[in-house]
Ligand binder design. Structure first.
Ligand SMILES: Cc1ncc(C[n+]2csc(CCOP(=O)(O)OP(=O)(O)O)c2C)c(N)n1
Length: 719
C-alpha cells in the first residue's frame, strides 16, 4: 500500500512552527513565491498530461494522430516540482532530471510547444524527433539549464554533482563572479536511490561539500516495486539522517505550504555555501507508471483511490483561494491555461516531421560551423586561439611514452586554464602509472585532483565539466575499471546526436590497458578497444609511440568530440614507445595512419603495442608494408585500402579478441572494397577469445608473439 502523507521530519530539522501547525487551508501563502505562476504552470502540466493520456474519445487528443508511446505522467508530482523550479533561478544553476520532470522544465522556461512537440516526435524540440519526448534537456546561455537526461534511472546524479563541482571551479579558480551562489539540483524517484549513480553522487557532493540539492520525489513505487525494496524502511531521508555534510529534510509534497518551506530552506542552505542538501517529499503517482503500464496486478482499486485523495492540485487551490486569489482569479488562470495549451498543441501539430536525410548528422561534430552552437566544450574561438601544427619538430629529445603524455598535459594545463586533470590517485601520488606525477604540485589541487573511487562519478563529473565549458581529462586506472562507468560513457557518446546538437560533452578519458612487461591478468591487461569503436560518438586513439601520443592527446584535448585515449601498459612500462618530442604545438588529427615501413608484397595492419612486435617480426621481410593505424575511430580506411590495392595481401594483428575484434571490421572493409585486388584471403592474428592470463608463459601462449607474426607473414606471402 502506498504510504500516505505521514510526515516524518528529519530529527535535526530546525523547528518549523508554521510548517507543521498550519494546514494548507489555514496557512497564509508563503511570501517570496509567485503563487499565481505556480498555479498556472501546475495546471499547464496537468493539461499536457491530460492531452497525452486522453484516449481517442477526446477529439483533441495527441494520441489520436500520433501514438505517444512513451508517456510518463507527472500527475501528482507536478506542484512540488514547479515550486522547486521557482527556486532554481541562478544564472548558472543546472538540473539533472528524469522522465517525470517535465513540470520542472516548464518552470525553467520550456515552451509549451516544445513540451508537446517532442513527445509527438516532431522536428525541433529536445531532440528533433530522435529521442523519446520525456528524455528532455534545456540549453540556456543566460539562466538555468537542464543537463541532457538519459533513459537510465539514476544516471542523472553524477552529472548533477559534476555540475556542482563545475560551479566551484568557475567561481573559485576561474574567478567568474557570475557563478556565486549558483547550485545544481538532481531530481529522482524513490527507486532511483538504489542506483550506483545516486550513491556515487552523494559521496561526491558530501565529501567535496558541493552546492547541490538532491530532490527525491517519493511516490513509493518504482514501476511496481515499493520503496522498501529500494532503501530499508522506504524512507531515504530517515536513512541518511546521520550522513555527514548533508542537510536533510523530509515532508509532504502535496502540501504547498510545507513543500515550499522545506525546499526554500534547503535551497538557501545550498546557496549559502554550507554544502549539499537532500529533500524527500512524498507525492502520489496519480497515473500508471507509463503509457503501456495498466497497474494491474500490483495496485488495488483502493490504493489508487487513496492516492487520488492526495492530489496536490485541489490542495493548491485551497491554499491560494481565497487567501491570495479570488474564485474568479482562479477561473481566469484555468481559462488562460486552456487557451495557451491549445495554441501550443496547434503549433506542435503544425511542426514538420523530422527530416530523415539528416539522421547521421551530429553523431560527431562536423565542420559546418553549426556544431559550434552546441552547449559544451571549448568555443571555436578558444580552440582557434590555441593554434597547433600537424608538422612535428624533429629536434626534440628522446622521450619515453609516459613522459610524453605528462608533458602534453603539463603544456595544456599551462596554456589553457579550462583544463582539469583528475582520477583515482592522480593527485598527490601522480597516478598508479605515475603519468600525472608532479602535475598537482605545479598546478594545484583544484586543477589536478583525486576523486572518490567511483568510475561512474569520474565520467559523470567529466560530462558536466565539459558541458560547462571546461576541458576535463579523466583517468580511469585500468581499461577494465571503466566497466562501472559504461552507462555514463555511452550516454556521453550519444549526447550530441540525441540532443540534435543542443549539447555536447567533449571529454578525454585516458585509460591504460593491454599486456604489461612480461605480465598480464584478466583485470589489468584487458584491451577490448573494439567496444569503444562500436560505441556511438567516440573517437578512439591507440598510440604506439611517444610522438604520436603527444599529437593525438593534444588533438583530443582541443576536439569538440569525446575521446578514449588508450595508453598501452607495455609502453608505459618499457622503452618501446620512446620517440623524439614533437613539440608543444604538435597536433595529430585522428584517422591518419602511419606507414612504419613501406612494401609491395603484403600489408600488415596493426596499432598500439603490437606495432612494435610487428616491426620486430619484419626484420627479414623488407617488402612488407607495416601500417600503424594510430586511431581506430575514425580509422584510416584509405591508407589501408590503397596499400592492399598495391600489395594484394592483408594481415591484421591485434591483441583484443579475435571474435568481433576490430580486425574483423578491417577485414570486412578490405574484402568489400578491395576484393578484386586480393591475391589471398585476408588474414587475422589475434588471441582466440581467451582472457589475458597471469603467468608469463601463459601470457605468451595467448598473445601474438614476434615469431608467430613472422610465421603468419611468411605463410600469407606464400599463398
Ligand atoms: C538503469 C535502468 N533500469 C531500469 C529501468 C526501467 N525503469 C524505468 S522507470 C523505473 C522505475 C523508477 O522508479 P522511480 O525512480 O521511483 O521513479 P518514478 O517512476 O516512481 O517517478 C524502471 C525500473 C531504467 N529506465 N533504467
Amino acid at each position: 500500500m502506498a504510504k500516505q502523507t505521514a510526515l516524518r521530519k528529519h530529527p535535526s530539522a530546525a523547528p518549523q512552527a508554521t510548517l507543521n501547525a498550519n494546514s494548507p487551508a489555514t496557512a497564509h501563502p508563503r511570501t517570496g513565491f509567485d503563487w499565481k505562476r505556480i498555479a498556472y504552470l501546475t495546471l499547464v502540466s496537468r493539461a499536457l498530461d491530460d492531452l497525452e493520456e486522453a484516449t481517442n474519445r477526446n477529439r483533441n487528443s495527441v494520441p489520436r494522430e500520433h501514438v505517444v508511446l512513451y508517456q510518463f505522467s507527472s500527475r501528482g508530482h507536478e506542484m512540488s516540482q514547479i515550486i522547486l523550479g521557482a527556486l532554481i533561478n541562478g544564472k548558472h544553476d543546472a538540473a539533472g532530471a528524469y522522465y517525470r520532470s517535465r513540470p520542472m522544465l516548464l518552470a525553467l522556461g520550456l515552451s509549451f510547444e516544445d513540451a508537446l512537440g517532442s513527445p509527438l516526435g516532431r522536428s525541433g524540440g529536445f531532440s528533433d524527433g530522435r529521442d523519446i519526448g520525456v528524455v528532455c534537456n534545456l540549453p540556456n546561455r543566460d539562466g538555468p539549464i537542464v543537463i541532457p537526461m538519459s533513459g537510465d534511472v539514476g544516471s542523472q546524479y553524477t552529472p548533477s554533482s559534476g555540475w556542482a563541482q563545475a560551479i566551484t571551479y568557475h567561481r573559485d579558480t576561474l574567478k567568474d563572479k557570475s557563478y556565486n551562489g549558483c547550485m545544481s539540483v538532481a531530481l529522482g524517484g524513490d527507486a532511483s536511490v538504489a542506483t550506483n549513480g545516486f550513491w556515487a553522487a552523494l559521496t561526491m557532493a558530501t565529501t567535496l561539500r558541493l552546492p547541490m540539492l538532491f530532490y527525491i520525489e517519493d511516490n513509493d513505487l518504482g514501476i511496481s516495486v515499493r520503496g522498501d525494496m529500494q532503501t530499508p524502511g522506504g524512507n531515504i531521508a530517515e536513512n541518511l539522517a546521520s550522513f555527514k555534510n548533508l542537510f536533510v529534510r523530509d515532508g509532504d509534497g502535496t502540501d504547498p505550504h510545507e513543500a515550499s518551506g522545506l525546499l526554500a530552506e534547503a535551497v538557501q542552505h545550498v546557496r549559502s555555501g554550507e554544502g549539499p542538501a537532500l529533500v524527500r517529499l512524498t507525492v502520489p503517482r496519480l497515473s500508471s507508471h507509463s503509457g503501456p503500464d495498466n497497474q494491474k496486478g500490483y495496485r488495488s482499486i483502493e490504493e489508487i483511490a487513496s492516492d487520488e485523495s492526495r492530489d496536490p492540485l485541489p490542495k493548491l487551490r485551497e491554499y491560494l483561494v481565497p487567501a491570495l486569489l479570488s474564485d474568479a482569479d482562479w477561473a481566469s488562470v484555468v481559462a488562460d491555461v486552456a487557451r495557451d495549451v491549445d495554441i501550443a498543441l496547434q503549433a506542435a501539430r503544425a511542426r514538420s516531421i523530422p527530416d530523415a536525410a539528416t539522421i547521421s548528422r551530429y553523431v560527431f561534430a562536423d565542420d559546418s560551423g553549426e556544431s559550434d552552437d552546441a552547449f559544451g566544450g571549448l568555443s571555436r574561438a578558444d580552440r582557434d586561439a590555441l593554434g597547433g601544427t600537424d608538422v612535428p619538430e624533429d629536434v626534440g629529445e628522446l622521450l619515453r611514452f609516459p613522459e610524453a603524455i605528462r608533458r602534453t598535459m603539463r603544456h595544456e594545463l599551462k596554456v589553457n586554464p579550462k583544463v582539469v586533470v583528475f582520477g583515482e590517485d592522480v593527485g598527490r601520488k601522480g597516478g598508479v602509472h605515475l603519468v600525472t606525477e608532479g602535475l598537482q604540485k605545479q598546478f594545484g589541487a583544484d586543477r589536478v585532483f583525486d576523486t572518490s573511487l567511483s568510475e561512474e562519478a569520474i565520467i559523470g563529473r567529466a560530462v558536466a565539466l565539459a558541458i560547462s565549458g571546461l576541458v576535463p581529462v579523466a583517468e580511469i586506472q585500468f581499461r577494465k575499471y571503466a566497466d562501472p562507468a559504461t552507462e555514463q560513457l555511452n550516454n556521453c557518446g550519444t549526447m550530441r546526436w540525441r540532443t540534435a546538437n543542443r549539447f555536447a560533452a567533449p571529454i578525454v578519458v585516458r585509460m591504460p590497458g593491454g599486456f604489461g612487461k612480461d605480465v598480464g591478468d584478466p583485470w589489468h591487461s584487458l584491451s577490448d578497444e573494439v567496444r569503444f569503436a562500436h560505441a556511438y560518438g567516440w573517437q578512439v586513439a591507440m598510440p604506439s609511440n611517444a610522438a604520436d601520443a603527444v599529437g593525438l592527446l593534444r588533438f583530443a584535448m582541443r576536439s569538440p568530440n569525446p575521446t578514449i585515449f588508450f595508453e598501452h601498459r607495455s609502453l608505459l612500462m618499457t622503452g618501446d614507445g620512446s620517440a623524439r618530442y614533437p613539440g608543444d604545438n604538435y597536433v595529430l588529427p585522428f584517422g591518419r595512419a602511419r606507414v612504419v615501413q613501406e612494401g609491395k608484397a603484403l600489408t600488415l595492419v596493426t596499432w598500439g603495442a603490437m606495432v612494435h612486435r610487428c616491426a620486430a617480426a619484419l626484420t627479414n621481410a623488407n617488402d612488407v608494408e607495416l601500417i600503424d593505424l594510430r586511431t581506430i575511430s575514425p580509422w584510416d580506411r584509405a591508407a589501408v585500402l590503397n596499400s592492399v590495392r598495391k600489395t594484394g595481401r592483408c594481415l591484421i594483428v591485434h591483441e583484443d579478441n579475435m571474435t568481433a575484434g576490430f580486425g574483423a571490421e578491417i577485414a570486412a572493409v578490405v574484402a568489400q572494397e578491395a576484393f578484386w585486388y586480393l591475391d589471398a584471403p585476408v588474414q587475422r592474428l589475434a588471441p582466440l577469445d581467451i582472457p589475458m592470463p597471469y603467468h608469463e608463459t601463459l601470457l605468451a601462449s595467448v598473445l601474438p608473439g614476434v615469431e608467430e607474426i613472422a610465421a603468419a607473414v611468411e605463410s600469407l606471402l606464400r599463398q
